[in-house]
Design a protein around this ligand. Structure first.
Ligand SMILES: C[S@@+](CC[C@H](N)C(=O)[O-])C[C@H]1O[C@@H](n2cnc3c(N)ncnc32)[C@H](O)[C@@H]1O
Length: 263
């Protein structure tokens, strides 16, 4: 997780530039990466995964829910590129991120396709949704005293991911990091009756959030137990589309794990 496109102002505030995601009329906000999640490379990859594996295939009958919308840029970026007929209900705990997202939705006139509620996803999840999408918190650490506590994914980084896989949604698109116990995560998904039906993988450099010493130390311990896979320079992040088991689909979980555990 690396905020690549940011500049420091005279007061030491970091201006988050999401020009890679939203090229025209870019909104520049004076929020530090400790207040609002900022990793343009990761958000852009999540957006590509959404476009290719979910939003391009939705009909007007599909209902999509998003856990942790952040500033909304991944979904907005996608909606500006494709002909999407459904509706995305986003949930975001962070009120500053939610405010930025809502004003961008307004600015791009996307109110008929996307909304972000400033509420906890788990308290508001409706089982009517047939797609659940998320780039969930996946930082492994013993506790949530981190630069951004809401990015804590439990001791091995996989606990929120597993919670999302236990909601019984028919289709689930999740970003899964190779340093957050990917083998047990995929085993857990299979035990919940899911198959991996598609995935995309990107190498990412360790950045601001994942380089926090407490996180790096936890990742190093996980690696010794074969629960984290990475090299000195990079780790793999996968966008994975899970679908409830169905004999007409091919399960790609072993292929996914071969790549995720390669480093
Ligand atoms: C890794 S960030 C992803 C943000 C955005 N989707 C992106 O990819 O740019 C995860 C987001 O989940 C939010 N979050 C954490 N727990 C949440 C919860 N229970 N309900 C809603 N949002 C939550 C965090 O505040 C954070 O903005």
């Amino acid at each position: 997780m690396q905020p690549t496109s940011s500049t420091l102002n005279a007061h030491g505030e970091i201006y988050l530039m999401k020009e890679a995601l939203l090229s025209s009329n870019t909104v520049v906000q004076p929020y530090s990466p400790n207040e609002v999640f900022s990793c343009p490379e990761e958000s852009q990859f999540y957006s590509q995964c959404l476009e290719r594996m979910v939003l391009n295939h939705c009909t007007r009958f599909d209902s999509v829910v998003e856990f942790g919308a952040g500033d909304g840029s991944p979904v907005i970026n996608c909606l500006l590129k494709i002909k999407f007929k459904g509706f995305v209900q986003g949930y975001e705990l962070n009120s500053a991120a939610c405010e930025i997202g809502s004003s961008r939705i307004e600015q791009y006139r996307l109110n008929h396709q996307y909304t972000i509620h400033n509420k906890c996803f788990f308290k508001n999840f409706s089982s009517n949704a047939n797609y659940l999408i998320a780039n969930p918190p996946y930082l492994p650490a013993p506790d949530d005293e981190l630069y951004m506590p809401s990015l804590h994914g439990g001791a091995d980084g996989a606990s929120i991911t597993k919670q999302l896989l236990s909601l019984d949604c028919e289709n689930v698109l999740l970003m899964i990091s190779a340093y957050s116990n990917p083998v047990e995560t995929i085993d857990y998904a299979i035990a919940q009756d899911y198959q991996v039906i598609d995935f995309l993988i990107s190498p990412l450099k360790f950045g601001y959030y994942s380089c926090e010493p407490k996180v790096r130390q936890t990742i190093a311990k996980l690696q010794k137990n074969r629960q984290a896979f990475y090299s000195q320079n990079i780790y793999f992040l996968a966008g994975v589309l899970f679908k409830k088991k169905n004999s007409s689909n091919t399960d790609l979980s072993s292929e996914l794990l071969k790549v995720m555990t390669a480093l």
